[in-house]
Design a protein around this ligand. Sequence first.
Ligand SMILES: *Cc1c(COP(=O)(O)O)cnc(C)c1O
Length: 341
Amino acid sequence: MIIDLRSDTLTKPTQGMLDAMMSAKVGDDVYKEDPTVNELEERIADMFGKPKALFFPTGTMANQTAIKLHTNPGDQVICDSNAHIYHYEGGGASFNSGVSCKLLQGERGMFTAEQVIEAINPPDFYHSPLTALVEIENTANRGGGSCWDFEELKKIRTVCNEHELGYHLDGARIWNALVAKPETGKDYGQIFDTMSVCLSKGLGCPIGSVLVGDEDIMENAIRIRKILGGGMRQVGFLAAAGLYALDNHIDRLAEDHQKAKEIGQELFALDFIKRVEQVETNIIIFELENKADEPKFLKTLADKNIRLSGMGNGKLRIVTHLDYTNDMHEYFLNELKGLKF
Ligand SMILES: *Cc1c(COP(=O)(O)O)cnc(C)c1O
């Protein structure tokens, strides 16, 4: 038994999901004739109260498309210094859209409306890049699965209105935020222009993200997706996994969150652990007292068939997910109690 807590992308389709995939009705989605993709897009558009949705192979491609829709070459995007679009999309913002990122020093991946105001370049000051877009991540991955205060998100919306900026949500883990917090998908839809939501993280699909947004801004989304090589054919087989996940795998995220809390508490009790960041959803970020012990600590756990990942700067990350069972959880908590290495 391998307990793999490196990421919530490691899940494999359940039997129920596989059955749904194998019996999907399909067509050519480049012609928009795949009924299952169309159904998934309609359903997700509806969940977030947006008129348009488009299926993508990856969250990266959905985010990159959104950045392209909101900007012109030379423009600047405001995001957190920990943002996925900055760290983990291969420099795509500059490669695909020719834009730079203005990085804000947020708290656990989250910044304030005040910080946004300070970061906006005056549009008539032509020496500086033109600020075009504010991008936020909820939950914030490198922030430790942190959930934004919805009031702050609304304040940032107001700032975007005042300065005519686009507002994009990287919602790779929006489902975790929806389960952990009182806001609904439609609440998010009311304030963001575009949102990417991921099916292959907590929801356990093998592949898939969806970009939702308003009619005018989404008009060119299908063209950008085609240019990026994301026009796919009979992908109803994959969209069927998404529909299955919406029906079966959202509410259960609360179990992942509960397990993550319990792991966080157990880690906190160990004297060689310096700090555990607040656990709000399914991600636990922690640091050892002594950074140099990291390889030995990871090896000790690996020898017990437990895998987790280092994030650099002495930070370690654990992510709970659909394939992390109750039995694994019990075993892991027991191994953590009184752990020596
Ligand atoms: C995983 C992730 C994405 C999308 O990643 P893909 O692997 O391209 O699907 C985007 N944003 C965040 C915060 C993520 O964690």
